[in-house]
Design a protein around this ligand. Structure first.
Ligand code: DGJ
Length: 725
């Protein structure tokens, strides 16, 4: 609910568990409070001490009102707030000053559409309201609309800003954050995910310091390195207790999320498009909308924050046929055969997979152009008849006869220099005239800010999907941006290319998911290099990492689970020894770990032992029966593999009738203490039976004493599927 207290000039945004309060003072929009839910009332007493900023500029006619020491809701560069700005605008005289003051506001039911960008949506019956506060600089006539959509039931607030040039002269936006929040203290720990290819979303927790901590991407992708979300917690917060604040950017391009500790031991959190390399020309009358950032607060610990994000993403970000439903058990051909396959090998793999109960065979890279290795053919999305003389028909028909479906891989945003597409359109890639074009994995990036490029991609992909044979698309993206230029834009719009690329990509994806609603799309970027809320709006799941090693996945999945739901996290049983790490793990462990997410296999089933084939049959059946729990259930991190020699978790269905728990021993310690796994989220008054071994336990036993864990060998695991009886 959103309340405006006219006397106090105060806005109060309440979700079912939190409140967010702002107030207009001296024309400035100040932030008063974000935290545990308040009564509705006048909160004017919530003031920051003033007059301390000795060297900071004073505002004229506002005694003691020092911007540098005030909680500003959308601070601008140039007027006396010397912390990091949310907005920086370059004026025609070259100055970069902007002075935004409150002008007006509206409160409406529901949520206005964010044109062209991914965003959380609403459904009929949702208790959702939107506050739009308009700020204006009377001199430059720059206007800024701050959008706050309050999702009462999910406990989230979706924010964004629209910058409009209501003046006569052209101006340039140098930086425009999606959200800014000032805190009156910096007594926080920061929790964030860093990483690299095949080691994504490694979790770090550390106390906030003076100066600025920034999770940044200048890669033209959210990237493997700094995932676009950040958590700030009270120092004593843990999984089950304490104040926790989260911010998640709904964007797949270059981002910046920062936490700045100030001279007065206060904090500023900023989230938005990375200003480095960015600028946006605003002609008179034009406007620019930032991507959306989603804020979430709870005083019930980190698990609760994860659950709130998981529910909101599952219910109000992910769309389409596979929203909140179990995904098909798939087998992906990449680690089964890489580029070395032909029709007869695929037919053997497909038949074997179908016989083992697998529901979807995905032909990964290598089916098009002359693609025998990664050095050619991206852009030429035409079946390679040397490998597949019958096109996709023969494999499709075989799968169909065996109740299995067909999926296929694309890497649409790229072009190989050795491709017919590049020979025909050398200007279609991102590049800067007279400079070398840097390749990554022997490929260049297409310039998706050009509509004709997006049209070409739509036509190429649609031609394959229109055959009606394709149930699933894996959408890959295997390098990041450099030489970000476009001949199609004038010199003073080159700073727009990276964001316009994403406007192009998102519109292409929107066309495809609209025209092919039955196709399951999975996003991928060398694994999880674009695991972000922007992509999840179009594709309900992401290939979590190119590291398919079950042991390595423990930490990756832990980090991913902080904000992203398990439904979004593709997890496959791969071969042992693992192709990336050479770790040897038994089938049970690989299954236990992969069962946590959207489940599949990444191996050649024809090469499995009979014993392992039986395991595939058994585990596929289990996933078909219990996979819905992984999609809609509440996920609890029970052991932290960053701190302990084990990992453990459980997922509990919304009605608490099923609980799937897993435990992996990652390092053997001799004669160690008795290990017990206490479950969370279950019904303590119920009785559960483990469907894997028939043992029964009361809910109180499971949460009080827990499950005894007797694992004395490294990389071994235990799994329990507990059903209420
Ligand atoms: C990177 C992906 O992450 C892999 O799963 C695979 O699809 C390869 N690309 C194919 O080139």
């Amino acid at each position: 609910m959103i309340t405006y207290n006219e006397n106090a000039g105060q806005f109060q945004l309440d979700t079912k568990s939190s409140s967010y309060v702002m107030q207009v003072r001296e024309g400035f929009l100040l932030h008063l409070y974000w935290g545990e839910k308040l009564d509705t009332g006048d909160h004017s007493y919530m003031r920051w001490e003033q007059g301390r900023a000795a060297f900071s500029p004073r505002l004229e006619n506002c005694e003691g009102f020092i911007l540098d020491d005030l909680p500003l809701e959308y601070p601008c560069f140039g007027r006396g707030d010397l912390r990091s700005p949310a907005l920086e605008v370059i004026n025609p005289d070259g100055s970069n000053i902007c002075d935004l003051r409150y002008a007006s506001h509206t409160i409406t039911e529901g949520k206005p559409v964010l044109p062209g960008l991914p965003a959380f949506y609403t459904e009929d019956g949702d208790s959702v309201q939107t506050l739009v506060i308009t700020l204006r600089d009377e001199i430059s006539k720059i206007e800024c609309e701050l959008y706050y959509t309050v999702y009462d039931a999910y406990g989230i607030i979706a924010r964004r800003a629209v910058i409009r040039n209501a003046g006569e002269n052209t101006r340039f936006i140098k930086a425009a954050a999606s959200a800014c929040v000032d805190f009156d203290n910096m007594d926080f720990d920061i929790i964030s995910n860093y990483g690299t290819h095949a080691r994504e979303r490694m979790t770090e927790r550390f106390p906030m310091n003076h100066g600025k901590f920034e999770l940044a991407s200048r890669r033209g992708a959210s990237g493997h390195v700094h995932n676009p979300f950040m958590i700030m917690t009270s120092h004593n917060a843990d999984e089950d207790h304490g104040d926790v604040y989260g911010v998640l950017l709904v964007y797949s391009g270059s981002h910046s999320i920062s936490a700045e500790g100030t001279q007065f031991n206060a904090a500023r959190m900023l989230a938005g498009i990375n200003p480095d390399g960015f600028s946006w020309k605003l002609e008179s009358g034009e406007e620019f909308s930032t991507p959306e950032a989603v804020l979430c607060h709870t005083n019930e610990g980190i698990t609760k924050l994860s659950h709130m994000f998981h529910a909101a993403i599952n219910d109000r970000l992910i769309r389409g046929k596979y929203k909140n439903s179990r995904r098909p058990v798939l087998l992906n051909s990449w680690e089964a055969c890489y580029f070395s396959f032909d029709e007869s090998r695929l037919l053997k793999i497909g038949k074997c997979a179908a016989d083992l109960g697998i529901e979807l065979l995905v032909i990964d890279d290598g089916w098009f152009g002359k693609r025998d290795s990664d050095n050619c053919s991206l852009g030429d999305w035409v079946i390679d008849r040397r490998k597949l003389p019958n096109g996709l028909d023969k494999i499709y028909n075989l799968l169909k006869e065996n109740d299995c479906t067909l999926g296929i891989w694309f890497e649409p945003e790229m072009v190989s220099p050795d491709s017919d597409l590049y020979r025909a359109h050398p200007d279609w890639c991102l590049h800067i005239e007279n400079r070398p074009r840097s390749e990554g994995r022997h490929q260049l990036m297409l310039n998706l800010s050009r509509p004709e490029v997006c049209d070409y991609l739509y036509d190429s992909i649609a031609a394959v999907l229109k055959t009606g044979m394709i149930a699933y698309v894996k959408w890959d993206f295997n390098r990041n941006m450099a030489e970000v230029g476009s001949e199609a834009l004038p010199y003073d719009r080159q700073g727009e290319v990276s964001h316009r690329y994403y406007i192009g990509l998102y519109s292409l994806l929107e066309r495809l998911v609209t025209d092919f609603p039955d196709v399951l799309f999975e996003s991928c970027s060398g694994g999880g290099g674009r695991f972000d809320a922007g992509m999840l709006y179009y594709m309900p799941q992401t290939w979590t990492s190119d590291n398919s090693d079950a042991i390595e996945r423990l930490k990756i999945q832990y980090g991913t689970s902080l904000v992203y739901p398990m439904s979004a996290m593709s997890a496959h049983v791969s071969a042992s020894p693992n192709h990336q790490t050479a770790h040897v793990t038994d089938f049970e462990t690989r299954f236990t770990v992969a069962f946590t997410g959207s489940f599949g296999y990444e191996l050649d089933p024809t090469s499995l032992s009979d014993e392992d084939k039986e395991m595939v049959v058994k585990t596929s059946e289990l996933y078909k029966k219990y996979g819905h729990v992984m999609v809609t259930g509440d996920y609890y991190r029970l052991r932290n593999n960053y701190e302990e020699d084990c990992a453990a978790w459980c997922t509990v269905s919304p009605d608490k009738s099923v609980c799937v728990a897993g435990y992996v021993n990652t390092h053997v310690r001799m004669y160690d203490r008795n290990e017990r796994l206490k479950l969370k989220g279950i019904d303590k008054n119920a009785v559960y039976r483990d469907v894997l071994n028939g043992n029964t336990y009361s809910g109180a036993q499971l949460s009080g004493f827990g499950l005894p864990v007797h694992i004395t060998l490294e990389y071994r695991s235990a799994m329990w599927i507990l059903e209420k009886i």
